[in-house]
Write a protein that binds this ligand. Structure first.
Ligand SMILES: Nc1ncnc2c1ncn2[C@@H]1O[C@H](COP(=O)(O)OS(=O)(=O)O)[C@@H](OP(=O)(O)O)[C@H]1O
Ligand SMILES: Nc1ncnc2c1ncn2[C@@H]1O[C@H](COP(=O)(O)OP(=O)(O)O)[C@@H](O)[C@H]1O
Length: 200
């Protein structure tokens, strides 16, 4: 992929992130949910957004399943495609943060290197990695879309946890254990963390 900034100059606006945050009445940052398929990323993202909405906080969910229907519908699940998927999503999440909105990204994002790459796109206090932890066994029992069954039958190649790796995050800001606690309790933990850091 070509990357030449030689003839491209950044164009600055008059209204910036600070002004947009001021009008929204809160700061903006990216919450990055990573975990196995079926670990609970989407469920937590939806419940979290609902809770924040009722506190008057603007959010936008970027979810792997949805983004892969549009922006990233030309990408598969090879390590290279997953990297490009996450690079693009990182850039989109950054645009939302610049727009003064909290972006909630829910992607398997299985590789430490790719998550580090996305983290490096943000300022230190603008990227919060949340490991949605759940045993593979429990994810397979849940199998909300029947994908594990199909992966075990050899019908889906490079399926995370079965025939492709999931690297457990090394130093996420937060871990929520969805095989021990309810969606509600996991969301409470996230909101508590954001309040304790005065992010909301
Ligand atoms: N091979 C393979 N491996 C993993 N997941 C697969 C695969 N094929 C399809 N799916 C479906 O795609 C969803 C994951 O997409 P992501 O964009 O989050 O994946 S990644 O971050 O690029 O690894 C994932 O959604 P979630 O179950 O919500 O995680 C699956 O529904
Ligand atoms: N604590 C929890 N957090 C999130 N999901 C949970 C939890 N406990 C049970 N679940 C269930 O697990 C499934 C997770 O599916 P989903 O949210 O689509 O996961 P993912 O987006 O990671 O693939 C849902 O059916 C959800 O109701």
């Amino acid at each position: 992929m070509g990357t030449s900034f030689k003839n491209i100059v950044w164009h600055h606006g008059v209204i910036g992130r600070r002004e947009r945050q001021r009008i929204n009445g809160h700061g903006s940052f990216a919450l990055w949910l990573t975990g196995l398929s079926g670990s609970g990323k989407s469920s937590i993202a939806v419940e979290l957004e609902n809770r924040l909405y009722h506190e008057g906080i603007r959010t936008y969910i970027l979810d792997g399943d949805n983004i892969r229907h549009g922006l990233n519908n030309n990408l598969g699940f090879s390590p290279e495609d997953r990297k490009e998927n996450l690079r693009r999503v990182g850039e989109v999440a950054k645009l939302f943060v610049d727009a003064g909105v909290i972006s909630i990204a829910a992607f398997i994002s299985p590789y430490n290197e790719d998550r580090s790459m996305v983290r490096s796109m943000f300022a230190a206090n603008e990227f919060i990695e949340i490991y949605v932890s759940c045993s593979l066994e429990q994810c397979e029992v849940r199998d909300p879309k029947g994908l594990y069954k199909r992966a075990r039958a050899g019908e889906i190649r490079q399926f995370t946890g079965i025939s492709a790796p999931y690297e457990v995050p090394l130093s996420p800001e937060l871990v929520v254990e969805t095989d021990k606690y309810s969606v509600h309790d996991c969301v409470n933990l996230i909101i508590g963390y954001l309040k304790q850091r005065c992010l909301i």
